[in-house]
Design a protein around this ligand. Sequence first.
Ligand code: GZL
Ligand code: ZN
Length: 325
Amino acid sequence: MKRLICLILSLLLLTGCGKSETEQPEEEKLIVVGISQVGAESDWRVANSESMKSVFTEERDYRLLFEDARQIQENQIIAVRRFIQQRVDYIVLMPLSETGWDSVLQEAWDAGIPVILVDRMVDVEDDSLYAAHVGSDFYAQGRKAVTWMERKFRNSSEAVNIVHIQGTPGSTAQLGRTNALEDGLTAHENWNLLARLDGDFTQAKTYEVMSRYLGTLPPEQGIDVVYCENDNEAFGAIEALERYGYQCGTDVNVICFDATRNALKLCMEGKIALTVECNPLLGPLVEEIIQTMEAGQIPQKQHYIEEKQFTSRNLTQQIIDSREY
Ligand code: GZL
Ligand code: ZN
């Protein structure tokens, strides 16, 4: 009889039925995460993508499907629909701009796939369409820059001439940083907005629009502040300003957001007056949310991250070398 039982058991093992959990094919254990990323328009964005790719690896029990939309929202909508067809476990979306998401997020909801928003926000009728949001408070970032301007020009009654270079129109980062400057302009009648240009968060576009604008100015026109809504716009603005003979750091105060390594270097050199940190390393926070949901719990809806600001006064080479992006 004993021999018969041993025979049956070994047959079972050989045929594979009655497999124990540990013997599942690797594929079935992995958590499948579909990520729709805006593009690669800035140093910040590249660091943000790296952060996601370093967290969602097979060694860490994830299968990552990563789609780069090249800054076109339609490409993101197509990617989300593809993730739904592929029945991923989670969708991570870095929305290019705030509007136009209701229907595709409804489709993910109907398919029972949780959506986690990263970085920028969406403007939807029903916020139960996404499980959680991880990102920055962009208005607070803008307030830090405006507060720095208030201190810098507190004793000046003359006009403070400002050129405002906006990020991708309709993106949360652009809306928050713009609103903060708007409130500053309203609060200070001697702050004078010379021009508002669209730099679309890229160095090339900003160099183009800033050069064109500076070409229209009379040579004696002073510019006190160039308020760039990210570092890469500042790189383009500085190139254009120097082409037209402005001294960044003495004639002009260039302000920007992200605090990526290249901006910190220019800040230490004095060419950038202030860069406000915007932390792209959001991969671990997204994983925290996924693990919370894997454990059957409801994640906190909003996750903000702490951020600093840098001027030439509080920067050292050691700080720059220690930065991850
Ligand atoms: C901000 C992010 C912005 C960065 C830019 O969190 O949305 O988009 O500030 C990036 O560098 O292009
Ligand atoms: Zn958290």
